[in-house]
Design a protein around this ligand. Sequence first.
Ligand code: HEM
Length: 561
Amino acid sequence: MSYVFLPSVGMASSDLVQGVRISALLGAIFHASINRIEFELYMFHFLASYAVAFVGFTFNLTRNADLSFSSALAKTCLTFAGFNAGALISIAVYRLFFHRCRKFDGPLLARLTRFYATYLNGKDHQYSRQLGKLHENYGDVVRTGPREISVLDKAAIPLLYGPNSECTKAAWYGQSGNDNSKVSINMTRDTKQYRLRRRAWDRGFSIKALATYQPRIKNKVDAFIEQLQRREGSPTEITKWANLFAFDVMGEIGFGKDFHGITSGEEHPAIKGIHEHVAVLGLLQTVPWLLNLLSAIPGAAAAFSEFFGTCKREMDEKESTWDSEKEPQDIASWLLKAIKDQDTSASPTKESLADDSRVMIIAGTDTTAITLANILFYLAKHQSIQRKLQMLVDSVIPAGYSAWDYEKAKTVSYIDDIINETLRLKPPILQGSPRETPAQGLQIGNVHVPGGVNVSVPYFLIQRDPRWWQQPNDFVPERWGEKKEEMGTDGAPFLPFQLGLHSCAGKNLAYLTLRTVVSAIMLNFDVEFAPGETGEAFDKFVDNFIMSLPPLKLRFGPRCK
Ligand code: HEM
């Protein structure tokens, strides 16, 4: 071997090569020792240890090897580059040839890294449609990440999400931290703690609680109808107005507070916050540890940290103003009551309560707004369906809006058929919620999925799959009613609210709100696309995990009975 002295690192090339080899070997050993654990849980520790080791190594070289600082730094960089290369090569070889998911086919890059899914998310913000192409190429089971698979098979639904599922929430739910005592109900991965906390939420959505919310929702609908009447005949941008409406309903029912969105026509800063948060989430949720890391670095997550602050302030304000002697009148008060009563269902810490507040605002607002805007889009597009709905609503409330009554409106099952058909074609949460398989693995039909694999069923794709849905891409509300049997709706996969233990806590509130607002609009207006609006751009929604809707201009004209 030739002997060359490298002044930049103050040593001979052969020693250097040897050093890099050893560090590469250490990198490979390091990977071999951690590849069975859920590394996301320890990412902070890894990165912190790495940084300390880097500084320590450099310092040691300046002190004990008598190198100048620049030579020591250069040698440290080479040594750590060797370590990184060893670890990365070992990771790549393992993921391609030895990983428990190696038998599942998928794009090469997806098999190597989760960042491939990040790339697909960011490429054109159409991940669900991209995933559809992957399923066309690779079949019902696609490897979408090193230990992630997407399953387009309805047999997987009860196994992953059903009441007796043995699966647990996957690493995805660690995106705001992995300490169950500091995160929201939705991000709580420990099933036992989750079950306890869910009870406080369920009290806030009980039949009794919903009965107290109903007249207050109607008040918001009245204000909304008034605003639409003021704009009667001229174009109304309904994506924005649906947001203002849903946000005000959530202000009232979630916090007992008026956000004044409907009356002012101005978006509360939190609406912008939700959309900025969702944009970051849409891109980075495929790499939950990165989201988690970003939120811990001051300034790095400015786009959503402001929103987190707003949510926390809302809960703090509620805490300082609520009357603990009274029966709770809003969801936040139900959560605070559990804390005051020292109930086992109470949110365990200030941090978890603030995170609960964030879940309430995002889960309760965006989903309802998206569904309302989509319903109005379909009604404007399908005038005959709109006429049929108006006729049915008129038949139960013939005296018009002044005689509106929830008990009567809810007897119009066609409203629910339209809500369900909208949620089938356009579920606000598009990508399936990931679940981790139990240690013994999971048998899905003929496919055995090993333990410790993150599996999801893509809601958007399975709800349009022609194997279970006739005319899968057409808007046919009748499939939920008179054509149910003919179109085989029963038993077809439908899970916009998810199923089982972790399903949407606010499902009944969502139906209550949507039935109220849709019946009110039908009694008051004929809805059509504004001149120049085709709805085509709106139909190509953005997939940020949660659907993001482009603007849609509608014309709300007086009823021509
Ligand atoms: C059409 C409207 C809605 C849809 C489609 C919807 C859908 C969903 C879905 C799919 C989940 C499960 C998320 C996951 O963990 O993967 C969820 C959770 C949740 N939703 Fe909804 N939601 C809607 C309306 C609402 C409303 C109005 C509220 C009221 C605050 C609400 C509150 C929640 C809460 C608190 C959770 C977390 C439940 C838990 O983890 O235990 N949702 N929702």
